[in-house]
Write a protein that binds this ligand. Sequence first.
Ligand code: PLP
Length: 385
Amino acid sequence: MKIIYADNNATTQVDPLVIELVTDFLTNKWGNPSSMHTFGGDVEQYVEIARQQVADSLRASSATEIIFTSGGTEGDNTAIRSALLSRKTRKKIVTTRVEHPAVLNLCKNLEREGYDVRYLAVDNEGNLNLNDLEEAMDDNVALVTIMAANNETGVLFPIQEAGKIAHEHGALFHTDAVQAMGKVPVDLSTGNIDLLSVSGHKIHAIKGVGALYIKRGTRFRPFIVGGHQERGRRGGTENVPGIVAMGLAAELGVKNLAEEQTRVKKLRDRLETEILSIIPKCRINGNRKNRLPGTTNISIKNVEGEALLLMLDQKGICASSGSACTSGSLEPSHVLRAMGIPFTYAHGSLRFSLGRFNTDEDVDAIIEALPKIVDRLRELSPFTD
Ligand code: PLP
């Protein structure tokens, strides 16, 4: 069965050029960059090329502002912990209710450690109101951490403005840009962002690698302590195949950005328009103008997202749902709940996230399969309104 992969916000297919590069490193350049001998030591230059590629793709001013991590989760944890350690007298964190668990669950832990965490609300289109951020700020705020793009709805947040507000109050600003990188421009040249985390497997590199940007002059406390790697900012032998993959993927992301914003967006828009016109009682979750180009989060009334997913899966279609099975009941995700999506809609939510390797045929296949699945499930549903 042909797989129709429409779950690019979960992970992405590794780009063939990245596979070629990684294979070369696994086969021929597998030395330890810290070694004194030439075979290992020679590898270090490739780590530095990758660092420059990541810095350039984010418009950072220098490659020394980038450290390599194991992914988005480590980047988020490192950035947030470091910011708090460098602003020790301040005990407040401002974030949003719709962050990824990598940030939200850490914030919950930090509350238990004595921090006061403010979770900013979003409106029913998933938008953040900067006045709420202004109101939450005071001189006890150590850190503002706000994602660049939401993984479930694709809604974009005004991170440059949020960074300015944080700085006006002497706080540091971190953004989780895991979903934004390669899909919308990310610009660190403005100086509004102190810390930014990204992940390799969301940009057609491989799993287990990521990068953290630390603006020059920002005090930094390492999270993973060990050897002198990454100039003492992240211990552990470098994941060289992952790092070179991340560098190339970052560069390819910039090259493909225009296509993402035209071709991929067109595919997503067609998918949405057709679904809305064929399936009655469905709606799009999230601000339709200010979103990632490939993401659509659709709620279909009176059906369960999990059932939709299972039946799509039987047809080889990979998507995600906006609900999760917690303690035996299907709970809408924290993002949809924060947006106040009505219960009967929130349960039947699906996320399709398209990317570089999706085609018109993929969209056709989803449009062909989904309405029939919805009809079958609605026939079985006890709800009829
Ligand atoms: N942040 C966001 C917004 C994400 O979507 C993800 C992954 O789903 C992460 C962080 C975690 O990244 P990683 O899987 O690289 O740890």
